[in-house]
Design a protein around this ligand. Structure first.
Ligand SMILES: [Zn+2]
Ligand SMILES: [Zn+2]
Length: 207
C-alpha cells in the first residue's frame, strides 16, 4: 500500500456527526478503524499507535480534543498521526469553500497543510483537519505573512507539484498546479507533500 492509498483509506473512515466543542462519540471504534488501516500500510507504525486503543473512552475523547486544539506536541509521532486521522474522520464533514486570510482555517480553526493553484493561477489553501478551502495571495507566506521574495522559495517537483518554503518562519507548503494535474486529489497531494519535505530536508530538491 502506498502512502497516497493509506490517506485515501483513512479518508473513507466514517464517524458520527460532530461539531467543534461536541463530544467525539464512538471514538474507540473510529480509532480502531484508523489503526487497522495503518496496519496494512506499516505494521510497526500501527503497533506504536495501538496503545491508544487501551485507553478509556473519556481519555480518548480528551486526546482528540487536544488534537483539535493542536496540542499533541509531546505524544509519539505514530500516536499523533493516528489521532489526527481520527479527528479528520469527525471534522471532514464540515469541509467547504470558505473565505480566509492566512493559514488558519476560517471554518474549524485548524491549519492549512496543502495548497493548490486553480485554472486561473489563484492559490487556495486546504485545511489539514476539515479539508475546507480558501484563497490566499501567492506573494506572501500564509503562516507568518512574509512578503519579501528573497525570503520565499519554491521548489518544483514532478510536473504538477511544488513545495513552497518560507525562510522566515520555516514553514513548508506542498501544492499542486491544477492547470497541469487537471483535478484535485488530496490523498496524492498529501503523500507527495511528505516526499517533497523529505527531499528538501535531505537536500535533494534543487531550487
Ligand atoms: Zn478546517
Ligand atoms: Zn513564513
Amino acid at each position: 500500500m502506498t502512502l497516497a492509498e493509506l490517506y485515501r483509506e483513512l479518508d473513507a473512515i466514517p464517524a458520527p456527526d460532530w461539531t467543534p466543542g461536541a463530544p467525539f462519540r464512538e471514538a474507540g471504534a473510529v480509532l480502531r478503524a484508523v489503526v487497522e488501516r495503518l496496519r496494512a500500510y506499516d505494521p510497526e507504525l500501527a503497533e506504536e499507535a495501538a496503545g491508544l486503543l487501551g485507553l478509556e473512552a473519556g481519555e480518548l475523547e480528551a486526546l482528540l480534543a487536544e488534537a483539535y486544539a493542536g496540542e499533541l506536541g509531546d505524544r509519539p509521532e505514530a500516536e499523533r498521526f493516528a489521532l489526527l486521522a481520527a479527528l479528520r474522520a469527525y471534522a471532514r464533514g464540515m469541509g467547504r469553500e470558505a473565505e480566509g486570510e492566512d493559514a488558519r482555517c476560517p471554518v474549524c480553526g485548524g491549519e492549512a497543510d496543502v495548497a493548490y493553484l486553480d485554472e486561473e493561477g489563484f492559490r487556495h489553501l486546504v485545511c489539514g483537519v476539515c479539508d475546507s478551502r480558501w484563497t490566499v495571495p501567492r506573494i506572501a507566506c500564509p503562516y507568518c505573512g512574509e512578503t519579501r521574495h528573497e525570503r520565499l522559495r519554491y521548489y518544483p517537483y514532478d510536473p504538477h507539484y511544488r513545495l513552497y518554503q518560507c525562510l522566515t518562519c520555516g514553514a513548508t507548503l506542498p501544492a499542486v498546479d491544477l492547470r497541469e494535474a487537471g483535478r484535485l486529489d488530496l490523498p496524492s497531494l498529501r503523500a507527495a507533500g511528505v516526499e517533497m519535505r523529505y527531499l528538501l530536508e535531505t537536500q535533494r530538491v534543487e531550487g
